[in-house]
Design a protein around this ligand. Structure first.
Ligand SMILES: [Zn+2]
Length: 444
């Protein structure tokens, strides 16, 4: 390690991060947090070079798809959310920079099915939609980032089933270009898994638009657009019952008015979780053990926090310890049980499935922190998916005024154990026609 650091100091550029955008399976947060500096560009103006391969895509891109336009919309999406602006130029280059200490300094976006590019997908041709190779120094300053689409996968811009949506893929990868890590909030653009069109029998264009958590993440690095007065920070220090720092605890904030998930973070070895780029407002705070810990930390709600623009808030909290034997992991819809968020529309009701360890329908309670979402009383039903996995379904009713966003599904077992799927339901404007019924207006 000492040797590595010395080399790092000598060359300043030490690392390459290859971040796949997964098709169906989770990467299980492999990139999160571990001894990697927070990545960031020094300048808020970033030049990206569009490879001429975008003008003449290969047969894996549906004919008539306008890739340049898809990239431009993705760039605009991040510009509208943050203080970053992009300069676009064209380049004859086709290949991403090879692995090594230094790239060529060109931030290339390419779809060329060259041997060099295909190599990046040697082990993941079946699953990845795209990947981003980021070059950065020991202090996390990014010097180059290249995006390449997986030449073995099919892409489109019109929602064709069985293809990945181009704009969604570019928007996710551009998040990595900006130094963002994966989010564990389902339904967010930076969530680590990403469905093809056809998952749940739906077109999936939801990653084209940023979730609140994506906006907070990019604003934490680059601030808000110049004309917006935005964002405070929160620092939460969590302790175990004995007073030691509680490491690897997932903490997230939900807007108290809408119930939307707004920011998420994981505590480090010092027990501290930091939140930046959070808009002014009042937030509920929730905590639970992260994926990497065996500690028995049940899902719990902490005291709410108020955040003001430009202000830094902090609090310390000792975590409660209680039985923690319920682990709800899967969300399902239309017969598919997945690690994805289920997209629904406001003003309709839907049957949602949940799967997990020790999940039993008898005595189970399902709830939302959002006043706009309700579980239909008596709608919880049991399903047999074989041994080892408990599966139940329930009907959710979304008020006509439910804002677009990601919402957490909270589950409590008969014994009082609690679990949650953060962002398990996404309210979207693109149609999910598989509703049970439609309301005129539920809340008067
Ligand atoms: Zn990714």
């Amino acid at each position: 390690m000492a040797r590595l650091l010395k080399i790092a100091a000598a060359f300043t550029l030490i690392a390459i991060q290859v971040c796949p955008l997964f098709g169906a399976e989770s990467e299980a947060g492999a990139e999160r947090g571990e001894s990697q500096p927070a990545l960031r560009w020094r300048s808020k103006v970033i030049t990206v070079s569009l490879s001429t391969s975008l003008l003449r895509p290969a047969a894996n891109v549906k004919g008539g798809s306008d890739l340049v336009e898809a990239v431009r919309r993705s760039l605009k999406t991040w510009e509208n959310a943050s203080g970053v602006s992009f300069r676009v130029v064209f380049s004859d280059r086709q290949d991403v920079s090879p692995q090594g200490a230094l790239g060529d300094g060109v931030n290339l976006i390419t779809v060329a099915p060259t041997a060099e590019n295909a190599l990046l997908f040697a082990k993941s041709a079946e699953t990845d939609a795209a990947t981003t190779r980021v070059f950065f120094d020991a202090r996390g300053r990014i010097s180059e980032a290249d995006i390449v689409l997986n030449p073995y996968q099919q892409f489109s811009t019109d929602g064709t089933f069985g293809t990945f949506d181009l704009e969604s893929a570019f928007t996710h990868e551009l998040g990595h270009v900006l130094g963002l890590e994966h989010s564990s909030v389902r339904g967010s653009t930076m969530y680590e898994t990403f469905g093809k069109n056809g998952l749940f029998g739906l077109q999936d264009l939801s990653h084209r638009t940023l979730a609140e958590i994506d906006r907070a993440a990019v604003r934490a690095k680059y601030g808000a657009p110049a004309d917006e007065d935005c964002c405070g920070t929160v620092s939460a220090k969590l302790l175990m019952a004995g007073g030691r720092p509680a490491a690897d605890i997932e903490v997230w904030l939900e807007d108290r008015e809408s119930g939307k998930v707004v920011s998420e973070s994981v505590t480090g070895n010092d027990g501290v979780a930091e939140f930046g780029g959070v808009p002014s407002g009042n937030y509920s705070v929730f905590a639970r053990r992260g994926d990497g810990t065996k500690k028995s930390v049940p899902l719990q709600e902490l005291d709410p926090v108020e955040i003001s623009a430009g202000a830094a808030t902090s609090f310390t909290k000792k975590l409660e310890l209680r039985p923690d034997d319920l682990d709800v992991k899967y969300t399902g819809f239309n017969g598919q049980l997945t690690l994805s968020s289920v997209p629904i529309n406001a003003g309709k009701s839907y049957t949602i499935y949940l799967g997990g360890r020790n999940l039993k329908p008898k005595g189970a309670k399902i709830s939302f922190s959002s006043p706009f979402l309700e579980v239909t009383p008596g709608s919880i039903a049991s399903h047999d998916y074989g041994e080892g996995l408990g599966v139940l379904s329930f009907e959710v009713q979304a008020d006509t005024r439910t804002p677009v966003g990601e919402y957490t599904i909270f589950v409590e077992s008969a014994s009082g154990a609690r679990s949650a799927i953060v962002g398990g339901i996404s309210v979207r404007t693109f149609a999910n026609p598989f509703s049970n019924f439609i309301f005129d207006n539920k809340l008067q």
